[in-house]
Design a protein. Structure first.
Length: 381
């Protein structure tokens, strides 16, 4: 019985030999994969890549500390570094947290985002726009530093954000208040005169007209034909308010009616036909100069994106990520794409010059094929 319970010696030796051979066969591949992973982590440390903060930490054998990838301290020699999935893992290996970059605390960017979010709430909840000094004191930063941090994250200054928020409140209040004056004061404006002075830029019309859904506001419009299909051009007294492209003229008119449900739509006259002709000429040669006045309506952020679009040279393209970088908000890629999609002035505000990161054409409000043709025309000019 005792002999039958024991496995033959040669079988045990053969099993160990086979296991050892399998382990030796797998080790080179695993080692190469590990080396590749560590190379990418080391590259993030060398670049002090803030986007990698929170994904791993690295320790330094000579100092006994572990740091976040973006730590500003002088880089250690590569052979003295080790990488860990978390601060807890580094502590278990016997390392302590760096006092300079504080790897276990929230990143500086995350902390700044939290402070700015708090400041935005203070602005939105205040009856009177808070001063820069008051906002800075509430979040614990100096006024100068707070101003820079706020603008780097939101793309606008605290004052511009407060103005944009009050304008939004006015637009919302005008739709439900019993009077224009009540809507203006409820939005935080002490003086109706101060609001009326800029009402044209904020609403594109007088407050009374806006409250009536554009009633009594005249929009001249006409539909022309271009090589890209039908073109609807509409203009207020300020300038061109819409340039819409499509295949069905009736759908373009319906789109205009939805946007200005109570406006008086006036058919074109000979004078306006010249505006339409110049607009169609722009579509046929999108790189040409276009100096007709525009009636551009949107939020402060949208205006920032649209201005950046107009600064892209004809014949060139940028990605949504590059456009976000240009307005100083590299992480606002989706918001930038949404602002492009909200553009109502085809070609005049050239959102067709924005492509995907790999250079491929992405969605275009008026059709990807039209976008392709516009870019091709600009490339030839």
């Amino acid at each position: 019985m005792q002999g039958r319970d024991k496995a033959p010696i040669f079988l045990i030796m053969e099993t160990r030999k086979t296991t050892t051979m399998l382990a030796k066969t797998k080790q080179p591949s695993a080692r190469r994969s590990s080396m590749r992973d560590e190379d990418s982590l080391y590259a993030a440390v060398v670049a002090r890549d803030k986007s990698m903060d929170g994904t791993f930490v690295y320790s330094v054998a000579t100092t006994g500390v572990y740091c976040r990838p973006s730590c500003p301290s002088r880089h250690a020699r590569r052979e003295n570094m080790a990488f860990h999935a978390s601060g807890a893992a580094a502590q278990a290996a016997g390392f302590r947290a760096c006092k300079r970059c504080k790897p276990d605390a929230p990143s500086l960017e995350a902390e700044h985002a939290r402070l700015v979010a708090n400041a935005c709430r203070l602005i939105e909840e205040a009856e009177e726009p808070p001063t820069l000094d008051a906002l800075a004191a509430d979040v614990g930063l100096s006024p100068y530093h707070f101003h820079r941090v706020f603008k780097s994250i939101t793309g606008v200054t605290p004052k511009a954000y407060a103005i944009a928020h009050r304008q939004k409140r006015v637009r919302d209040n005008l739709k439900r208040s019993t009077s224009v004056t009540e809507a203006i004061h409820d939005a935080g404006f002490n003086s109706s005169g101060r609001f009326y002075a800029n009402a044209g830029e904020v609403l594109g019309m007088t407050p009374t007209t806006f409250r009536a859904g554009g009633k009594d506001m005249q929009l001249r419009f006409a539909i022309g034909k271009s090589s890209l299909g039908a073109v609807l051009v509409a203009a207020s007294s300020k300038g061109i308010a819409a340039i819409l492209l499509g295949d069905d003229p009736e759908k373009l008119v319906h789109d205009l009616e939805v946007r200005f449900p109570k406006s008086e739509l006036i058919g074109s006259d000979r004078e306006f036909e010249e505006v339409v002709a110049r607009t169609i000429a722009l579509i046929e040669a999108p790189g040409a100069r276009f100096d007709l006045p525009l009636d551009v309506r949107g939020t402060a952020f949208q205006h920032r994106v649209w201005q950046a679009l107009r600064e892209i040279p004809a014949g060139t393209t940028v990605s949504y990520a590059e456009l976000a970088e240009r307005i100083g908000l590299p992480k606002a890629i989706r918001a930038v794409a949404a602002a492009c999609a909200a553009n109502r002035l085809a070609v005049a505000i050239p959102c067709h010059r924005v492509v995907r990161n790999d250079g491929a054409l992405s969605g275009y409000r008026w059709g990807v094929e039209r976008k392709r043709k516009l870019l091709a025309r600009e490339a030839r000019s």
